[in-house]
Design a protein around this ligand. Structure first.
Ligand SMILES: Cc1cc2nc3c(=O)[nH]c(=O)nc-3n(C[C@H](O)[C@H](O)[C@H](O)COP(=O)(O)OP(=O)(O)OC[C@H]3O[C@@H](n4cnc5c(N)ncnc54)[C@H](O)[C@@H]3O)c2cc1C
Length: 397
């Protein structure tokens, strides 16, 4: 069977694949973006509850710590394609930004803003713009095209080959933008990782992150829907789970009680460190009387002795270190921890070092950030870095 021939093929039509295509005018070259499902950007449409928390304000220097250990490795592409650059790029394409309250934020004002959204508060406006600009740039956008095979070139002059239900596609460069493993119903089911391992790429252990955490003997079922601000949460590392001496991470923020376990921003952010069998410690940072009435009752019941009397010392201890042994994190994490090893990627171009012509961007790589727009910013920054590297005149995009 003869293969259709392209200069560049992108695998995955989510935030990062579409940003890549929207950032790279083809100028006579032939490019195709292949999306497995029947529509583009399903996860992007879900982002920010449909409002799309597109990035975060502040200096890009402050972004590095939001990505944990991966932050320093992402530095180059974040600095080169920052939140400020994104705001300018969006403004040039008719998209203004707003803060959480909906107040318009001009690009030069983003240093003082927190979470940023499109002013319309509609993720669909971002998706529509990315699709329109990708088409203007000359990209062929194809849905219902699941890539189920990947072959590397026989020699340096050869092309990559990818197998789709519609036939074989040959391309000089391939961009992996196939996302992670969470919310598989959106199409991001991790199927591409097996193909990558087959061509010799290291993929680190994949698991959900930014997920609710379930613990043994969860006592707060009746508080489902109640949130509590400013709680300190500590996850202890595995070798310290018995003694609670070594901490893997400590964060402060809002928690949400669900009927099955803990959620809310600080829990989602620390969930990547909450290993099964380890201890998660909650410090409520307030007096008993400042807690919701129903929670006071639960704590008093837990602190009661055999005769039913509340033991004040036990109660004080619960307020200061309410410890739970982790059972698991929810499989519906907002993002994936793990992915294509960053060691394999040249972060100035997003090209896989030992496989010329193969690039990786977005959630498919082994990096993720805390909540607040950092994950989409990583998609934008990595996509635009790859687009710049693949631009025909190398003059940027
Ligand atoms: C509920 C929810 C809310 C979120 N809200 C925010 C937010 O407000 N701000 C933020 O920064 N982040 C948010 N995130 C995270 C953010 O949405 C993701 O990090 C981002 O969408 C990842 O983009 P991506 O393009 O790398 O991957 P995806 O968006 O997962 O796109 C990958 C695409 O590749 C396709 N694909 C997979 N395998 C194949 C194959 N074999 N062949 C062809 N196509 C394939 C998939 O169908 C999919 O369309 C949220 C995530 C969730 C789940």
């Amino acid at each position: 069977m003869t293969a259709e021939k392209y200069d560049i093929a992108v695998i995955g039509g989510g935030a990062s694949g579409l940003m890549f295509a929207a950032s790279l005018p083809l100028e006579g070259r032939k490019g195709i973006l292949l999306e497995k499902t029947h529509s583009f950007g399903t996860k992007l449409l879900m982002s920010g509850g449909g409002r799309c928390n597109i990035t975060h304000g502040g200096s890009i220097k402050d972004f590095i710590s939001a990505y944990g250990e991966s932050g320093p490795l992402l530095r180059k592409c974040l600095y080169r394609h920052s939140n400020l650059e994104l705001a300018d790029w969006l403004a040039d394409r008719g998209i203004s930004l707003a803060d959480e309250k909906g107040s318009l934020i001009e690009p030069h004002e983003i240093e003082d803003a927190g979470r940023l959204f499109p002013e319309s508060m509609k993720a669909s406006d971002i998706l529509d713009m990315l699709l329109a600009v990708s088409k203007e740039n000359g990209w062929e956008l194809r849905t219902e095209s699941e890539v189920f095979g990947l072959d590397h070139p026989d020699d340096e002059a050869g092309s990559w080959e990818i197998m789709t239900p519609g036939g074989c596609i040959a391309a000089d460069s391939i961009v992996i933008a196939s996302g992670g493993i969470t919310f598989p119903e959106t199409g991001s089911d991790g199927s591409v990782f097996g193909l990558l391992r087959d061509v010799g790429i290291e993929v680190t252990e994949l698991r959900p992150a930014l997920a609710p955490v379930y613990v043994e003997d969860y006592p707060y079922e009746d508080l489902s829907g109640v949130s509590l601000q400013d709680v300190t949460v500590t996850a202890f590392s595995s070798d310290a789970a018995c003694t609670c001496k070594g901490k893997a991470a400590r964060m402060r923020g809002d928690i949400l009680f669900t009927h099955r376990g803990f959620s809310g921003p600080v829990i989602l952010n620390i969930s990547g460190y909450a290993e099964p069998g380890e201890i998660l410690r909650l410090q409520y940072n307030r007096e008993l009387s400042d807690l919701p009435k129903r929670m006071q009752k639960i704590l008093e019941k837990r602190a009661a002795g055999p005769s039913g009397d509340v033991r004040t010392k036990v109660l004080a201890a619960l307020l200061d270190h309410d410890d739970f042994r982790v059972i698991s994190t929810d499989e519906k994490g907002m993002v994936t921890a793990g992915g294509i090893s960053l060691e394999e990627i040249d972060m100035t171009s997003m090209q896989i070092r030992n496989l010329p012509g193969l690039y990786a961007i977005g959630e498919a790589i082994d990096a993720y950030g805390i909540t607040g727009g950092y994950n989409l910013q990583m998609c934008w920054s990595t996509a635009r870095t790859a687009a710049e590297a693949l631009s025909s005149d190398d003059a940027g995009c």
